[in-house]
Every structure is written in structure tokens, then in C-alpha cells.
Write a protein that binds this ligand. Structure first.
Ligand code: FES
Length: 149
């Protein structure tokens, strides 16, 4: 599945379908990247130690390029689709100390802007990061990691 991200502006999200699943691509702003650090003390698995991402996304941003997040948009609890709550604070009905991220309305799981789940949520793990690689600066290939033939 190829995705053209040339029109994805900082702060925006686009969704593509891959194998019947929604895959989110988010162009994170510097403020959104800073929010990842802010969220860390409140996360269940901030280092993403469980294998929910390929090796090349096992870093603090869970991505190949820090500014581009790629994640499967399916809650790891019972498979609902979380909604984006990118604005920090209470503006989108979240707690005042909300750093920005995603909220699953089904049972209330919260995820940060790298798809990492907050502590004490129904969702047991961080969101899945699919295999992906860059064919060009603004062209992503979802489902391949560039290593296999
Ligand atoms: S399916 Fe997301 S919290 Fe239950």
C-alpha cells in the first residue's frame, strides 16, 4: 500500500487502508514531539518494550522519521477506532493536563502521539506500528520494511 504524504501538513493526520485496517499517518509538529516527552511518566510502556513495532521503530518516537508517525488505528483493547485529540489540555474534552494524542471512546483508553497507551487503561499494549519504508521523501510504502524482496 503506497501513501503520498506530500500534502500532509504539520499537525495533520491522514488515514489509509491497509489489509482492511486503518493506518494513521500523522505529521507531528515540534510541539507534538515535545508532548511525547511530557507524556512519558504517565505511560504504561513508554519504552515500547513489547513487540508492537518493527525494530527500526523501536525508538522514543516509534517511527523512522521523528516527525512522521505511522500506526494502525485500532485500539489494542477490543478493536475500536480511537479518535484524534491532538489539542493539548481540556479543549477537546480531555483532562487539563492532556498532552495530546488519541482517545478510544469505547472504554476510555488514551494513547499519546506515538500510540503509546497511558497507565491503567483497558488497552493492554501500545498501538501497533506496521512495517513501512520510504520509497521517496513523501512516498511511504505500508506493509513492507524495505528488507524483504
Ligand atoms: S476498544 Fe478501545 S478502550 Fe475498549
Amino acid at each position: 500500500m503506497e501513501a503520498d504524504i506530500s500534502k500532509l501538513l504539520p499537525g495533520q493526520i491522514m488515514t489509509v487502508e491497509w489489509r482492511g485496517k486503518p493506518v494513521w499517518i500523522v505529521h507531528r509538529t515540534p510541539a507534538m514531539l515535545a508532548a511525547l516527552k511530557q507524556a512519558e511518566p504517565h505511560l504504561a510502556d513508554p519504552g515500547s518494550t513489547r513487540p508492537q513495532q518493527p525494530d527500526y521503530a523501536a525508538n522514543e518516537c516509534r517511527s523512522i522519521k521523528p516527525e512522521i508517525m505511522v500506526a494502525v488505528g485500532i485500539c489494542t483493547h477490543l478493536g475500536c477506532s480511537p479518535t484524534e485529540k491532538f489539542r493539548p489540555g481540556a479543549a477537546q474534552g480531555m483532562p487539563a493536563d492532556w498532552p495530546g494524542g488519541f482517545f478510544c471512546p469505547c472504554h476510555g483508553s488514551q494513547f499519546d502521539l506515538a500510540g503509546r497507551v497511558f497507565k491503567n487503561m483497558p488497552a493492554p499494549t501500545n498501538l501497533e506500528i506496521p512495517s513501512h519504508t520510504y520509497l521517496a521523501d513523501t512516498r511511504l510504502l505500508i506493509g513492507e520494511d524495505g528488507k524483504s524482496a
